[in-house]
Design a protein. Structure first.
Ligand SMILES: NC(=O)c1ccc[n+]([C@@H]2O[C@H](COP(=O)([O-])OP(=O)(O)OC[C@H]3O[C@@H](n4cnc5c(N)ncnc54)[C@H](OP(=O)(O)O)[C@@H]3O)[C@@H](O)[C@H]2O)c1
Length: 268
């Protein structure tokens, strides 16, 4: 029987995507196949996701027309050159590999319709963010397929390929920066007597709520900051400290460094 989607690689990202697709009823487990070289990963995925697992990417090609490339970027060349993966016919290949350009992927699979995606690991809790680029051979139906897949584990937006380094900076990598904010808030909560559990719940929920306000309130970020700061109140005192310490400049430099590395990796 033909599967509807196949994952080359079944690690953290593929596992999270597969869980999202099943949780949101985009595909049933028997419509999904995946491969991984280690038996341990295959057994884990069979147990947790109830999907059929294979050892090699070449085992998947005749089972499905939609393949997600979810292995480390440095392994991709050998997948096509040494393992002999051939995407004959016009298959849809969705690559989540950081830094591997459409042109490079197309050179390995000249006939495939190729999509490049930069997701982030929050897709593990179905709150991922993804930027994606449709390759020139893709059809409007492919865009619908990709939108449906990416929306099953979060929010997605189409971008130009030249924008993917920026997507990496503010979406692919930014959860790490926000975890550092969460860490500081949790430590501060504990300093003032909360338990770690209480501080984690309150700091984490503040990040969730603030994110939703940014997306759903229709207010700009300046208005949102003002909305929390009553004159003479508590928040404004903290905001003054962040402004005095140039917190926005620090984040800008952080994203600059990340984007710079993403550009370098794209050339390697
Ligand atoms: N992690 C992130 O936050 C993030 C964000 C955006 C994009 N990405 C991209 O997502 C991709 C996967 O990252 P990850 O974090 O999920 O990596 P990962 O957890 O290391 O998973 C990689 C998977 O690839 C499998 N694999 C290795 N060689 C293979 C081969 N020759 N054929 C088939 N499968 C093979 C591994 O199998 P075994 O389990 O058997 O070793 C493993 O299941 C990378 O290209 C990365 O750039 C990651």
């Amino acid at each position: 029987m033909k599967a509807k989607i196949g994952f080359i690689g079944a690690g953290r990202m593929a596992g999270a995507m597969i869980k999202g697709l099943i949780a949101r009823n985009v595909y049933t487990p028997d419509e999904i196949v995946a491969c991984a070289p280690s038996k341990e990963t295959r057994d884990r995925m069979t147990q947790t996701c109830k999907i059929k697992m294979y050892e090699r990417a070449t085992d998947l090609v005749d089972l499905t027309d939609v393949l997600v490339l979810a292995i480390k970027p440095k392994l991709i060349a050998s997948l096509f050159k040494d393992e002999g993966l051939r995407l004959e016919g016009r298959r849809l290949l969705i690559s989540i590999a950081a830094g591997v350009k459409l042109k490079t992927l197309q050179s390995y699979a000249p006939k495939a319709r190729i999509v490049r995606v930069m997701p982030n690991h929050c897709c593990m809790v179905l709150e991922g963010g993804s930027g994606y680029v449709m390759g020139e051979k893709c059809t409007p139906e492919d865009k619908t397929t990709v939108d449906t897949i990416l929306s099953s584990f979060g929010l997605a937006t189409e971008v130009r390929e030249s924008d993917l380094d920026a997507v990496t900076g503010i979406c692919g990598s930014s959860p790490a920066y926000l975890y550092m904010v969460a860490h500081a808030l949790i430590e501060a909560g504990m300093k003032y007597g909360l338990t770690e559990e209480q501080a984690t719940l309150l700091a984490g929920q503040s990040l969730v709520g603030a994110g939703k306000m940014v997306l759903e309130s229709g207010m700009g970020t300046d208005a949102l900051v003002d909305g929390v700061c009553s004159p003479g109140g508590t928040t404004i005192e903290g905001v003054k400290v962040l402004r005095d310490e140039h917190m926005e400049d620090i984040f800008m430099r952080c994203v600059d460094a990340c984007v710079k590395r993403s550009v370098e990796m794209g050339k390697e």
